[in-house]
Ligand binder design. Sequence first.
Ligand SMILES: [Zn+2]
Length: 449
Amino acid sequence: MSTKATVEKLVSLCKRRGLVFQSSEIYGGIGGFWDYGPLGVELKNNIKQAWWKAVVQERDDVVGQDAAIVMNPTVWRASGHLDTFADPMVDCKECKKRFRADALVGEVAASAHGHEAAAEVTRCPECGGELTEPRMFNLMFKTYVGAVEDDASVAYLRPETAQGIFVNFANVLTATRRKLPLGIAQIGKAFRNEITPGNFIFRDREFDQMEIEYFVKPGTDEQWHQHWVEERYNWYLRLGMRKENVRVRQLDRDELAHYAKDTYEVEYLFPMGWSELEGIANRTDFDLRRHAEFSGRDLEYFDEETGEHIVPFVIEPSAGVDRLFMAFLMDAYDEEEVRGETRVILRLHKDLAPIKVAVLPLSRQEKLVPPAREVWALVRKHWMSQYDDAQSIGRRYRRQDEVGTPLCVTVDFDTLEDQAVTIRERDSMEQVRVPIAGLVAALRERLEE
Ligand SMILES: [Zn+2]
């Protein structure tokens, strides 16, 4: 992370500038849910678009889909979520607070520098009260489909988008007439009833996932796994994340999910330490075999080269949009001294910046309004833009800097004479004069090349 960024500064900036709000704040909020404001929705969409462009549009071996959130509940029996998607939890008998038993162990282990002592956490970290024995708690949100609330109508909000891809594997294969290797990508909401959500938008109960299931022939899985680890790591760097803040870590055997042969994580150095942005797992043929078994359908692939029916292996890059949002902001946050004042600046990559261009008349002087409005009309056909005429020009530049707007266009009194405007660049603060007739081309050169 940027050494100047703290979670407190970020939360405050996000609220003040309309990036992220606490969900249902006027009613006191609700834990683990967040709303994205006018600038937040832009940044979030830009992250999704940058991902989609890299993994679907620019590749010749990945297609997209968008499955429903509520699925036939048998999906979750086949996937193992009904049986194993649970965390051990303990309750404090005194203050009634609930904790994840494994997180509690982690916390104490970190402070005690060893896990022998940590295995015996029996006291509440908040009040010192006695804790209950750990009990398993399923993280899926339950609901009912239809008018009757009985066992037959139980359904779940999906805890991951992945299963919507596995159950459509045969449909997509037939519809696209593709051969392996074939990836299916999807962006969508997922829900987990986390016992202890926290760290701002890092661990939410409702979040957006960006997942690819990349189906390959068995035997080529390890090589494709390496390919995707590199691809995904480089994507973060291409979007401007600082190399010293991003790393790839291979999980230890005992950290692997039940279906995984091997997993890597792309991790970011958050204030709370290195934490997962994205998991890249080799899920083997686990999911397709289970769904074939539970559905009775043939989910095999006919390999024309060998004349064999095979069950593909799957490489799964799976990222959480909300925690990427937080990491990109953390990484872009900077403060610098400019003429005795602190300039807060988000050095966001131009593809991610919520607003690409701000149009600023030098003052609210009547004569400047029509040309400034005309310039804005010209710009906003092409990019997300803002018009701002409140307060001094210096204050307005700062306002754009702190939300990461790469370019400001200033309309001044000379504009009335020379039909030209000034483009001011966020990071260097350099200014260049361009004719209005060539403005769109000049902006395009700076934003798209
Ligand atoms: Zn307690």
